[in-house]
Design a protein around this ligand. Sequence first.
Ligand code: FES
Length: 142
Amino acid sequence: MYNDKVMDHFLNPRNAGEIKDADGIGEVGNAKCGDIMRMYVKVENDVIIDVKFRTFGCGSAIAASSISTEMLIGKTIDEALEITNKDVVDELGGLPVVKVHCSVLAEQAFKVAIYDYAKKNNKTYAGLEGFNPDDLDDAHDH
Ligand code: FES
């Protein structure tokens, strides 16, 4: 059901933990499965220099969080905001259809973390236009 890459990121998650002096934090949850994901970002000159995560959730959510941190580190904020849950799934080499919502949680978590950073620093990014964490539905397949 799960490919080797998904299993590897589940069993050996990269960048798990917290960033004490994070520049932005995003916490999201899925009411249906009860899983919760929190992402911390550290930003310097509009580049994401560090990301860590805490995920209380299923294996796919942990794998999606883990791989997202690798995809985000070193990207500019604008580049990071272009990453979608589909990219996360592709990078993992695929997830079972019933587990796609777990990747949505990852996309939401890092977007909320970047939003938090932007808000605290009075910054605006095209990729955040119209984005409001309060409007987030519970993660669903899309
Ligand atoms: Fe809830 Fe995977 S089952 S995020």
